[in-house]
Design a protein around this ligand. Structure first.
Ligand code: ARG
Length: 483
């Protein structure tokens, strides 16, 4: 018994199973498959089980949740309880329970994700002119703004939202009525059960309905990508809060103390988000490995995939909220971001671009000349933007040597160089669509605010649909009990 069952996942499915049982019994009664009297008896028993909760059904004495509920029902109400499983198998039952429970979790995840996206937008709104170094290879590359950087994360999370919402569409389908795999000769109404449980549609082919766990693999994949995105944000917060960076200070709420070093505050929460991405990746891999090469239709192997889904849900959901709290409470060190934006000659690209625009020199030649200039000025190690007149002088020498002409003679003025070396100007000029210029980021922010509002509505709509289903179920149960 102990080897056969999957206790934790079954506990997770308890609430869903009782609802599925109720909907099934209501439908059997409405279709005349079950007498009204038996239906009343069973529904009363199910209400009692619902009230008694998981403790009442003594899960540990049975092979699985479905068996435990049915056996408890028979104990409570007698022979009528044995009619509940008419026209049904545990195969379609469990697939329905997982989909129902997962659907609820997905709605929670989508809501949490939107709250995190909102927090990112809020922080970005406050930092459209906060200049910071942008990195490639973790080396200082070009100046950008904190808002631009945060919007990059926002956009990744928006795609996560889309992926999960799309997964929801394929999760919220009803397998009931497929029975073991071959459907049933009883004149059931699959549509009615689907309606009572708030599903969007029936999962049609009865063999597919009990065999597939693709909805679970898809959700796990979307979780894995989401957690990967969170891990990258977490990693940046970890780096940014070190003395080497000093870009942010994480709130005490999201750090822990060292047991030996009295001065320390460690970013444990961010580190755990980073690590738990690994946990979710593992869950995804485990579920794939369990499902691959399984012959159709149901095999007990499928039971083994459910706990991995549950673990992934229970890891992903709080990770999203933790990231939100961490961002909302972090202090940004604007001066340090600005100061370090100048480190490593980050304006070099703009300088080469200006030379190209003003003198007609090929970009590759300008790249070479500015590269040589950078070496002379200390290059990557430079900790301040160099002075414009010095730069122009050195450029002229280099250009004469490499290109055969002085740049000042070809229309490059001290003013041009001065502008190219200005950090704010660097950012302001990059107003290409999606670029860091404050005006472009403002436009992007406005669009994303609307997008987020729309996405929040999409979740509400789905919640309302589920709620309507359950109200319908409650009404139908009430009708039968009243008769
Ligand atoms: N606990 C099982 C699961 O999660 C329920 C289905 C059992 N079906 C069967 N034919 N043994 O998959």
């Amino acid at each position: 018994m102990e080897y056969l069952r999957s206790l934790e996942a079954d506990e997770w499915l308890f609430r869903a199973d009782v609802l599925v049982d109720k909907a099934h019994v209501v439908m059997l009664c409405e279709q005349g498959i079950l007498s009204r009297q038996d239906a009343v008896t069973i529904l009363n028993g199910l209400q009692e089980i619902e009230k008694g909760g998981i403790a009442l059904i003594k899960l540990e004495e049975y092979e699985d949740l479905h068996t435990a509920i049915e056996a408890t029902l028979i104990k409570l109400v007698g022979e009528a309880g044995g009619r509940m499983h008419t026209a049904r198998s545990r195969n379609d039952e469990v697939a329905t329970c997982i989909r129902l429970a997962l659907r609820d979790e997905l709605l929670k995840v989508l809501n949490a994700l939107n709250e995190l996206r909102r927090a990112l937008l809020k922080l970005a709104t406050a930092h459209t002119t906060t200049i910071m170094p942008g990195f490639t290879h973790l080396q200082h590359a070009q100046p950008t703004t904190l808002a631009h950087h945060l919007l990059a994360h926002f956009d990744a999370l928006s795609r996560d939202f889309e992926r999960l919402l799309d997964a929801y569409r394929r999760v919220n389908l009803c397998p009931l009525g497929a029975a073991a795999f071959a459907g049933t000769g009883f004149k059931v109404s699959r549509e009615r059960v689907c309606e009572l449980l708030g599903f969007d549609d029936v999962l049609e082919n009865s063999m597919d309905a009990v065999s597939t766990r693709d909805f679970l693999l898809e959700t796990l994949s979307a979780f894995a990508i989401l957690m990967t995105d969170l891990s990258r944000l977490a990693e940046e917060l970890i780096l940014w809060s070190t003395p080497e960076f000093r870009f942010v200070r994480l709130s005490d709420k999201y750090t822990s103390f060292s047991s030996i070093m009295p001065q320390k505050q460690n970013p444990d929460f961010a580190e755990l988000v980073r690590a738990r991405c690994g946990t979710v990746l593992g869950c995804m891999m485990a579920a794939f490995a369990i499902c691959k090469a399984l012959p159709y239709s149901y095999n007990r192997d499928l039971q083994e995939a459910t706990p991995h889904l549950l673990r992934a849900v229970r890891t992903t959901l709080p990770s999203i909220s933790v990231m939100r709290g961490m961002l909302e409470s972090a202090e940004v060190n604007v001066e340090e971001l600005q100061r370090k934006a100048a480190w490593g000659f980050t304006v070099a690209t703009e300088l080469a671009d200006v030379i190209v625009r003003k003198t007609g020199m090929p970009f590759r030649t300008a790249h070479k000349i500015v590269g040589e200039l950078s070496k002379k000025l200390g290059g990557e190690a430079a900790d301040a933007v160099p002075d414009a007149s010095t730069v122009l002088k050195v450029l002229d020498v280099l250009s004469l040597e490499i290109w055969g002409e002085k740049l000042s003679g070809r229309g490059l003025s001290a003013e041009d160089v001065h502008r190219a070396l200005d950090l704010e100007e660097n950012v302001r000029m990059r107003d290409v669509r999606g670029g860091p210029s404050p005006s472009e980021v403002e436009r992007g922010l406005e669009e994303r605010r609307k997008m987020l509002e729309n996405d929040e509505k999409k979740v509400k709509l789905r919640e309302a649909k589920v709620k309507r289903g359950f109200e319908e179920l409650k009404g139908a149960v009430g009708n039968i009990l009243a008769s």
